[in-house]
Design a protein around this ligand. Structure first.
Ligand code: ZN
Length: 613
């Protein structure tokens, strides 16, 4: 009796739930055909005569208009009591439906973006969708589920019929998992789009940090990468991130969703997309030793987005318009400072050496030279979807360097006590998840928490068009910065070398930048290096042999390199390249050195900045 009663009451609540203001979506993952899935929607109560049903043009974090409606076809709507619903397609993403109050059901097909025939504007895979029958479904929700324009705040209930053994990895916590069916319930459309779901046979590991549960879910095409490997690789990093954020993570649950592929991606790139409580990764299945640091760097970056924009964001982001997106001026904060923190955290908590950290920052200085340095960063950010689109990648270069300069200045003027770590903490306390700031007020608020010099820096170098004052800023931490320096140096001739695994030889792959010494040696592209000053050269001893040469060689010494070179007929012949070593003028950019005459204040700032004990 009790059992029966329970079943009855379950049936009762089930049917009850349809007569409400919720969206009820149904997807059968066992019925994928031609890389397409059919989506059915029983809409929430609609009272109006005419309504707009939309798929997002853009979602937060991508900074690119993708028009997800492009992947939808066979859009149908049926009416209650046999009423005809008129459908008019307004644009790539929008359908006008009349009469809206008579809609019984909507259905459409969705094609995945990962291997679509639509080659125009390919979606960056971490923000795209995958329908791989029986194997993997990357449900980036914005690619599957639409919304009614005036009903974005309603609840979403997703019911998935799934292949047996499949599990939905996601940050969504309201899930009812069954053997063949799962029901997920989400507060509103913003939260739905903020939560991708990866369906596959589970390979998951959970790490607990304080009260936060971190899910690591892995799908690896050939099985090369496992969640155990990811967990070993990320555990230490995540603890360090918690330490960096003051010991407590501002989240209860977080999901890392990893898809590893053994094929080239359609977009030609790989990476990750962040959300408030999860991040989705599309990465190549590569040698794990090569992958390890890359995964750490990108995971650290995405995970730090739990600070900004989650807890520090402007109105443009807090109330994101999926179909008429407005950009904020502060990409230097959302992306730049996040990228900076991802690396700064690693050096400050001792996960990487100081030199490795400086190498990363110097590389960013060099990379930033490829972008426009005269347009104010705030302006670039505001118009990043159109006019300044090609400048977007600079948010990870100059944006991160703005973060570094700000951090150093804060440490200097606070005598070591205050940095971007504390600033971000204070700003997230002031705003938080549900309070958006006005774009124009942010610098005022930062000034109130810090110093007038910091305000001057933000005005001149972030809102203004001056190039970042590295010399002045590094001086604050007792370091000398030199923009360019030309010196006579012993070189390897200016060749780029690669490796031929079949012959185990290093190979000259590029001679475009051959210097005077290289020209004298007369390197040719394709030369396979056999011996270097009579020592056999291989991948194993390259560091020792070439490093030893760079350190010990003197002007006037002889250098003899034996190479294998193909002649006109394709026959390989050995050839001796000989020349007397002669230093050549080499110009280097972005040189950082310690200043041994640093003051107490500078040393204190450096110590607190880098966490030197
Ligand atoms: Zn980011």
């Amino acid at each position: 009796m009790t059992k029966l009663f329970l079943i009855l009451s379950l049936v009762f609540t089930f049917t009850q739930s349809f007569a409400d203001g919720d969206y009820h979506y149904f997807v059968d993952l066992t019925k994928a055909s031609n890389d397409k899935l059919t989506i059915t929607l029983i809409p929430p109560d609609l009272t109006e005569n005419e309504t707009l049903f939309m798929f997002p043009a853009m979602v937060p974090g991508t900074y690119e208009v993708y028009d997800f409606g492009r992947f939808v076809s066979n859009f149908k709507a049926t009416g209650k009591d046999g009423k005809i619903i008129t459908i008019e397609k307004i644009d790539k993403n929008t359908y006008k439906l009349t009469p809206a109050n008579a809609i019984k059901e909507i259905s459409y097909e969705v094609e995945d973006t990962w291997d679509t025939e639509i080659k125009e504007k390919v979606v960056f895979e971490p923000g795209g969708t995958n329908i791989e029958d029986g194997k993997n479904f990357a449900i980036n929700t914005h690619g599957f589920f639409g919304y009614f324009k005036n009903k974005i705040e309603a609840k979403f209930i997703l019911e998935f019929t799934k292949p047996q053994g499949f599990y939905p990895s996601t940050s969504i916590s309201n899930i009812n998992c069954g053997l063949t069916k799962d029901v997920l319930s989400i507060y509103n459309y913003h939260d739905l789009i903020d939560a991708p779901i990866m369906y596959c046979k589970p390979d998951t590991t959970t790490i607990k940090i304080g009260n936060s549960k971190i899910l690591l879910s892995v799908y690896s095409t050939t099985g090369l990468i496992t969640s155990k490997f990811i967990s070993r690789n990320l555990q230490e990093l995540l603890f360090a991130q918690a330490e960096y954020l003051g010991g407590i993570l501002p989240i209860d649950k977080y999901a890392f969703l990893f898809y590893f592929t053994d094929k080239a991606s359609l977009s030609g790139s790989n990476g990750a997309l962040e959300h408030s409580y999860s991040s989705f990764y599309f990465l190549p299945e590569a040698d794990t030793t090569v992958l390890a640091q890359e995964i750490r760097d990108v995971s650290a970056h995405e995970f730090f987005h739990i600070v900004t924009p989650l807890n520090i964001h402007s109105k443009e982001i807090g109330d994101f318009d999926f179909n008429k997106p407005q950009m904020s001026k502060h990409l230097w904060l959302y992306e730049g400072l996040t990228e900076y923190a991802a690396h700064h955290m690693q050096v400050k908590t001792g996960l990487i050496e100081y030199d490795a950290f400086f190498d990363v920052m110097i590389t960013k200085m060099k990379n930033a030279r490829n972008f426009n340095d005269t347009v104010p960063f705030t302006k670039m950010s505001k118009y990043v979807l159109d006019k300044y689109k090609p400048q977007y990648p600079n948010v990870y270069e100059k944006g991160a360097l703005i973060g570094m300069c700000l951090d150093i200045m804060l440490r200097y003027y606070s005598n070591g006590k205050y940095g971007t770590q504390e600033l971000m903490y204070d700003l997230s306390k002031q705003y938080g998840k549900s309070t958006s700031f006005n774009d124009d007020d942010l610098f005022d608020d930062i000034e109130k928490l810090s110093f007038k010099e910091v305000r001057y820096f933000l005005n001149s170098y972030v809102d203004g068009n001056k190039p970042l004052p590295f010399k002045e800023v590094f001086n604050m931490v007792g370091m000398n910065y030199t923009e360019t320096r030309t010196e006579e140096k012993i070189t390897l001739g200016g060749i780029s070398v690669g490796y031929n695994p079949t012959t185990n030889h290093l190979i000259v792959v590029n001679t475009d930048k051959l210097d005077a010494f290289g020209k004298k040696l007369n390197f040719k592209e394709g030369d396979e290096i056999i011996t270097f000053n009579n020592r056999k050269l291989s991948l194993e001893n390259i560091k020792e042999v070439l490093g030893g040469y760079m350190e010990n060689a003197k002007a006037g010494d002889k250098l003899i390199i034996e190479v294998l070179r193909k002649d006109k007929n394709g026959n390989e012949k050995t050839k001796l390249l000989k020349a007397k070593i002669k230093p050549v003028a080499v110009t280097e950019t972005d040189i950082l050195e310690l200043n041994d005459k640093a003051t107490e204040q500078q040393l204190k700032a450096r110590k607190e900045w880098l966490g030197i004990n």
